[in-house]
Ligand binder design. Structure first.
Ligand SMILES: [Zn+2]
Length: 268
């Protein structure tokens, strides 16, 4: 199979794409971005992604529970307008069923967050996260991980659970730690967002991470390369061009490398 550009973390279920989802997916495909791993955050997005995967041949489903949703029923004030998840365990069971049925390519988005959430939520965040990591581990699927402001705690839990395939999405911890983690865990990877040209840490990760631990993502509609605009999966092409420039490679070399990492970690 020819190499493709890959976006391992995007949220195409967001209302930002309500009017032109087909055009967004088509624009990506026309530039060779033909692997879009759409990540779920709650019951509604998880189900929508499973439908989207039926409809669009380049969409791959990842289903998960975002840290805020995992604890939303305990919050007196929601940090953003989301639907409160009353029964995370029912959703954990749903995700386990999908993993067993082979309808998903990864478990995620899931993980820990201390940017929006306080310490009183940490125990429950960890419980839900570990349940999802366990599903990924049981079914030998990658787990796509959010670790905002709790990067080393997230790593510690993963190190103990030891799933074979991990994708750290949008790592905000120290670059040195990411490099150490990548060296210690060859099956694990870091997906670099499309705003890397504006972010010194992501630039450093593109430059210095072990080759086998590099993946690309957009987190669309968030983290656009142009501030205050909607992001799109097609923007991973620019990250690959940037990676090639930083390492003095041809663009094709960078594209092939990330493609091989994707095939290995997502076992496609
Ligand atoms: Zn995300």
């Amino acid at each position: 199979m020819h190499s493709a550009y890959v976006d391992v973390h995007c949220h195409l279920t967001e209302s930002a794409y309500e009017l032109d989802l087909a055009a967004v997916i088509e624009r990506a495909a026309s530039r060779g971005v033909t692997q879009l791993v759409v990540n779920g955050v709650d019951p509604a997005s998880n189900r929508k992604i499973l439908e989207m995967q039926q409809q669009y041949p380049t969409v791959r489903a990842a289903v998960g529970i975002y840290p805020i949703q995992a604890v939303s029923r305990h919050l007196s004030e929601l940090p953003m307008p989301i639907e409160v998840l009353q029964d995370p365990d029912a959703e954990i069971r749903f995700i386990a069923e999908q993993a067993q049925a082979g309808t998903i390519v990864a478990v995620g988005e899931c993980g820990l967050d201390a940017h929006w959430l306080g310490p009183e939520t940490f125990a429950e965040q960890e419980r839900v996260f570990l349940a999802l990591v366990d599903i990924a581990k049981q079914q030998d699927l990658p787990v796509i991980v959010h670790s905002r402001k709790l990067e080393m705690r997230t790593y510690e839990l993963l190190r103990q659970a030891n799933p074979a395939r991990v994708v750290f999405h949008c790592w905000g911890g120290r670059v040195k730690q990411a490099i150490e983690i990548a060296q210690l865990h060859p099956g694990w990877a870091f997906s670099i967002p499309a705003n890397a040209r504006r972010n010194g840490a992501f630039e450093k990760m593109l430059r210095e991470l072990p080759e086998t631990s590099l993946l690309t993502e957009t987190d669309s509609p968030y983290l656009s390369p142009q501030p205050a605009t909607r992001n799109e999966p097609q923007n991973v092409v620019d990250t690959i061009e940037f990676l090639a420039a930083l390492r003095n490679w041809k663009v094709e070399t960078a594209k092939d490398l990330v493609w091989r990492n994707f095939c290995r970690i997502f076992a496609t």
